[in-house]
Design a protein around this ligand. Structure first.
Ligand SMILES: Nc1ncnc2c1ncn2[C@@H]1O[C@H](COP(=O)(O)OP(=O)(O)OP(=O)(O)O)[C@@H](O)[C@H]1O
Ligand SMILES: [Mg+2]
Length: 290
């Protein structure tokens, strides 16, 4: 008999790179692990891994071994603490940046049984709209889109949401605004993205919270240790904690629904009906049809 699923899988994604995904994935994971949730943190930035660097570790085995060889999962998963596991990715392996369809399917099949052991499975994805990113995002229960107030971040996030909505029929997105200089700037960034999604895609996105621009974040990166551990009372740590609390509540509320699902949802075939674009009307600097 298989037990009902209890894992909430969460993909951390962004249109533009360098917006804080890896730091957010690591520190949200750390908070939820500390709150007593068994948790898997997976470096899905295949070929350009970063989580190992933020943690100051050099894993011997990586997700590449899962793709290339049928190595047992337990040899690859790295326990950071009891109940806090890391699935590392390989760095500097260009051929891994984009997996072909068969390699991707094989990887997903191998990951499925692993995921179900945890309360949360976080996937730190690469930036942009590569097929691997889109597949992981589509198979997760929750998609957290990280944006900054920069116009380029907002336009690229909108493009990412649009591709996921049109190709995979997804309409639920949670937004974190990172590195704003004030709460007003955070709200303004969210409002612009949300208004564009409402107008051109016909659905709203959900605000999960803002994370302050805080020099403690790069300090923690330099010291290769999680911000929540080094500076738990910093502004950014306080904000990340608030997002973690929301995610814990979201999981709690969805447990009955999750029990009917798999930890990684089956991948639906991408739809091909991507909208044609026309002169800019979005106000985000994007060419778009209404
Ligand atoms: N709230 C913050 N305040 C200040 N600096 C931040 C904050 N969040 C992230 N940073 C800085 O931004 C940089 C990029 O962060 P990070 O590597 O987490 O981004 P990313 O989205 O994962 O990038 P990539 O797309 O390359 O994977 C880091 O140098 C980090 O220190
Ligand atoms: Mg990253």
């Amino acid at each position: 008999m298989t037990l009902p699923n209890k894992t909430l899988s969460i993909a951390i994604l962004s249109g533009k790179g360098g917006v804080g995904k890896t730091n957010i994935a690591l520190n949200l994971s750390y908070c939820l692990f500390k709150a007593g949730h068994p948790l898997l943190l997976m470096d899905c930035d295949i070929g350009l891994a970063n989580l190992d660097v933020l943690l100051g570790i050099a894993p011997e085995k990586t997700i590449q071994d899962l793709v290339d060889e049928d190595m047992p999962l337990q040899e690859i998963v790295l326990p950071l603490a009891r109940g806090f596991d890391l699935l590392p990715a390989a760095s500097g392996v260009p051929e891994l940046l984009e997996l072909d369809d068969d390699a991707r399917d094989h990887l997903f099949e191998r990951l499925r049984p692993l995921f179900s052991r945890y309360d949360f499975a976080f996937m730190d994805l690469g930036a942009g709209i590569s097929p691997t990113v889109l597949s992981f995002a589509a198979m997760s229960h929750v998609r957290v889109v990280v944006v900054t107030p920069e116009p380029t971040s907002l336009t690229d996030s909108y493009a990412l949401i649009k591709v996921l909505a049109t190709q995979h029929g997804l309409r639920e997105f949670h937004v974190v605004v990172n590195m704003a200089e004030s709460p007003a700037e955070e709200r303004e960034a969210f409002h612009r993205l949300n208004a564009t999604c409402e107008r051109f895609l016909g659905f709203s996105v959900t605000y999960l919270g803002g994370i302050a621009l805080d020099k403690h974040v790069p300090d923690a990166v330099r010291k290769q240790s999680p911000l929540m551990k080094l500076s738990p009372t910093s502004d950014a740590a306080r904000d990340i904690m608030a997002v973690a609390v929301k995610l814990a509540k979201l999981r709690e509320a969805r447990l009955p629904e999750l029990a009917q699902e798999q930890a990684l949802r089956p991948l639906t075939q991408p739809h091909k009906n991507i909208h044609k674009t026309s002169p800019d009307a979005t106000g985000l600097g994007i060419q778009e049809n209404e």
